[in-house]
Design a binder for this molecule. Structure first.
Ligand SMILES: NC(=O)c1ccc[n+]([C@@H]2O[C@H](COP(=O)([O-])OP(=O)(O)OC[C@H]3O[C@@H](n4cnc5c(N)ncnc54)[C@H](O)[C@@H]3O)[C@@H](O)[C@H]2O)c1
Length: 387
């Protein structure tokens, strides 16, 4: 690793300020740029506060915090990126705006500077298409909050050189992150494989099989997930989660497997966005109790298995389409969204023939394409192999 290169971060919002902290605490000089001086001020204050809290908790020494904070330069001028060897862009999710800033960044930096994007849903190939040297573009996808979540998806575009991929991965690994390599396809690994956690839960609710609290109970108590799907959607925000689902659905040419749900759309339209608006699937107002689940084990097991086999099928299909390696698909879900186990390993434990039978039963009962088993699952069951 080239010692402590200068890292640029564009956008000082939720993700950009977290990424700046990660790079600064790893010892890099960091230039954090935002067009909005107020946003930059807010980031400066919040980084200062976060680092002070780390000192109070005894996680960092005061000296370490002062050094880390002192390594970050705050600026409203992209020309200050001069001399950076890598810039990570984390601005608004809009392709035209990203095109404009990537052209500008390239004009400021040296020939070898890597230009990375933290985009969640846009194509890295498209972002890189405006560059004179597109082999230096790459996706570096952190999870929120960036300093705490260990996973980073590294996404080379078709134009990206092998050297850029290797240097980027080594650099992010040196920040004590867990990196996985993902193909430049919608949702990369995590945001693709996790879709059924929300989609199938919503569908089960829409069919009247169970209410929100019961589905959440099945997934936490019986499934071992840290949060149930409705609690999690209320955390993420129904507006944000719905938009991601809609984007992924369109990006996959309307594959029915990713079809959004009217229940979520209506909640979002009604302003029931989740915790941030005080009400989502649950009502968070003071004095209002979260409803009790109906703890019927047989129904709970059915709910858990239906969501789980859909998640496993998605993970298996991602492997079938070479989106990532088997190891990286399992790492991504345990380190990026805290799943209790990797889905491929879990499918092995459940028995692949069992997973296939459950999916085939759903496919037969509903006659819907969303339940089609991955060809890789069929092949593995036929040959008697495991992941
Ligand atoms: N929020 C998440 O959970 C999350 C997770 C992973 C990836 N992402 C991705 O990270 C990116 C940023 O998301 P966020 O949630 O941090 O957004 P945010 O709204 O919190 O912050 C965006 C910042 O970019 C600044 N900005 C906008 N246009 C700019 C420009 N032209 N030049 C410089 N600065 C500009 C804004 O002033 C703002 O401070 C998006 O691409 C998003 O898809 C978000």
């Amino acid at each position: 690793m080239k010692d402590l290169i200068k890292v640029g971060v564009l956008g000082s919002g939720t993700m950009g300020s977290g990424i700046a902290q990660v790079a600064a605490q790893a010892g890099h000089r960091v230039v954090l740029v935002d067009i909005n001086a107020k946003a930059l001020d807010k980031a400066k204050n919040s980084l200062n506060k976060i680092m002070k809290r780390l000192v109070e908790k005894g996680t960092w020494t005061e000296h370490f915090a002062n050094e880390a904070f002192g390594r970050i330069d705050f600026s409203v001028d992209m020309n200050d990126f001069a001399g950076c060897e890598m810039i990570i862009e984390a601005i608004v999710e809009n392709i035209e705006v990203k095109h404009a800033v990537f052209s500008k960044m390239e004009s400021v930096v040296d020939a070898h500077c890597i230009l990375a994007s933290n985009t969640s849903s846009l194509s890295i190939a498209s972002i890189g298409s405006v560059l004179k040297n597109p082999s230096r573009v790459i996706g570096v996808h952190f999870f929120n909050p960036a300093p705490l979540m260990p996973l980073v998806e590294i996404i080379p575009a078709v134009q990206t050189s092998d050297e850029v991929t290797q240097v980027t991965r080594e650099l992010v690994d040196s920040w004590k992150k867990v990196t996985v390599l993902a193909k430049d396809t919608p949702g990369f690994i995590v945001n693709r494989v996790a879709r059924p956690f929300y989609g199938e839960a919503l569908r089960i609710y829409e069919e009247g099989i169970a209410d929100f609290a019961t589905i959440d109970w099945a997934m936490t108590e019986l499934g071992g997930f840290r949060m149930g799907p409705f609690t999690l959607m209320d955390y993420i925000g129904n507006d944000v989660n719905y938009t991601v689902t809609e984007t992924v659905f369109a990006a996959f040419y309307y594959d029915p497997r990713y079809r959004p749900s009217f229940t979520q759309k209506r909640h979002s339209e009604a302003g029931y966005l989740g915790r941030k608006s005080g009400r989502g699937y649950y009502n968070y107002a003071d004095g209002v109790e979260i409803p009790e689940p109906i703890k019927d084990i047989a129904t709970g097991e059915q709910i858990k298995e239906r969501i789980l086999v859909m998640l496993m099928n998605e993970a298996i299909d991602a492997l079938f389409l070479n989106i990532a390696s088997k190891e990286d698909i399992d790492l991504a879900m345990t380190k990026g969204v805290n799943y209790p186990k990797g889905l491929l390993q879990w499918a092995n434990e459940m028995g692949l023939a069992n997973v296939l039978t459950k999916l085939e039963n759903l496919f037969q009962e509903y006659g819907e394409d969303r339940y089609r088993p991955s060809p890789l699952l069929r092949r593995m069951v036929k040959s008697g192999s495991t992941f």
